[in-house]
Design a protein around this ligand. Structure first.
Ligand code: TRP
Ligand code: SF4
Length: 335
């Protein structure tokens, strides 16, 4: 029996950080065994918010590739590709844009949220509103059954399904697979200061950070219980971001012990952080060994992405042709 198709994408809007690794990449690697996985760099999506800031676009694409390979995505097992090298994404986006009512897009929570909160860039653009339509095209071009995403992306999946149903209804032909979102195990990792981990907040641990840089950030920058001023003050792990990290990287017994020792001031924050550094290093050991190997051969990384792109493009061509046939815009070839 053939494996179910999985598809997911990552925006190339900045260097990947530890949150991306835990929230997505680890899941992706895991899914390779059981599914026919297609993973792509969403570099057009990156433009939807960063259209003015394109200096690092190429670098970011390669950086993503390096991280994917270092994390254990296997070129012979899954298909890794670059969105902007497959024009079918843009064509299907256009065709979908013809049938997608604007109110559907204005209702998308991430749209409303960013419109209200992002002040550094003007997001009153056509492309930003249409972002989920492009995402719908990304997904259905590859007949994906499952789309592993974070919880914030589920509304986009719902919209994809609405567009697909709408298309089938209008053109009276079932061209696309109706995809489903798949939530990974949620491992909540805050940034060093407790806010959401993000490049723009300056509170991220990047996958490109060496183990030494990581250690430095944890020991020097990571915020602990602010009420614990002196070594002898008892602390409260419930409000401490170091402890949030422990919950992700240390085992349950260690977490329980640290919780107790913090509350009784039996342990100091520096020692608590050092235990975290050690457990984080253990978890990332394989990645840390692989990352420099791939980082040293960017050409090889691009080759992997180009090979994947060639393979993906064939699938996309077939699906787009079927969609054009359903609509009735494919003209016969005149010799
Ligand atoms: N919107 C996704 C994100 O910001 C990235 C993305 C683009 C994507 N196209 C996709 C994810 C298709 C899954 C499927 O994380
Ligand atoms: Fe946080 Fe650990 Fe310090 Fe407690 S001992 S406040 S958990 S860093």
């Amino acid at each position: 029996m053939s494996k179910k198709r999985v598809l997911s994408g990552m925006q190339s809007s900045g260097k990947l950080h530890l949150g991306n690794y835990l929230g997505a990449l680890e899941n992706w690697v895991e899914m390779q065994k059981d599914y026919d996985c297609f993973y792509f760099v969403a570099d057009w999506h990156a433009l939807s918010t960063n259209y003015e800031d394109t200096a690092n676009l190429k670098e970011n694409v390669i950086d993503i590739g390096i991280n994917w390979l270092a994390a254990g995505l296997k070129p012979d097992t899954c298909t890794m590709f670059i969105q902007s090298l497959i024009p079918q994404h843009a064509v299907l986006h256009l065709l979908f844009s013809m049938i997608t009512p604007i109110p559907w897009l204005e209702r998308v929570p991430s749209y409303k949220e960013k419109m209200e909160n992002v002040s550094s860039r003007d997001l009153h653009t056509y492309g930003f509103l249409g972002y989920p339509v492009l995402q719908a095209a990304d997904i259905v071009l590859y007949n994906a059954h499952l789309v592993p995403v974070g919880i914030d992306q589920l509304p986009h999946l719902e919209l994809t399904r609405e567009i697909v149903r709408h298309f089938h209804q209008i053109y009276k032909k079932e061209v696309f697979v109706l995809p489903e979102g798949k939530l990974g195990e949620v491992k909540k990792l805050p940034g060093l200061d407790g806010r959401k981990m993000s490049k723009s907040y300056g509170n991220a641990i990047f996958l490109s950070d060496t183990p030494q840089e990581r250690e430095h950030k944890i020991l020097r920058q990571m915020v602990t219980d602010p009420a614990r001023v002196r070594r002898n003050d008892p602390g409260n792990p419930d409000v401490c971001h170091v402890h949030s990290f422990h919950k992700v990287f240390s085992d349950a017994a260690t977490c329980a012990q640290l919780d107790k020792d913090c509350r009784s001031a039996a342990i100091g924050c520096v020692d608590c952080k050092k235990i975290l550094v050690k457990n984080l290093a253990a978890r990332m050991a394989k990645f840390d060994a692989e990352r420099p190997v791939w980082a040293a051969q960017p050409k090889k990384v691009m080759e992997v992405l180009h090979d994947g792109t060639a393979k993906a493009r064939k699938v996309a061509e077939t699906t787009l042709r079927a969609a054009e046939d359903a609509i009735g815009i494919s003209l016969p070839d005149f010799e």
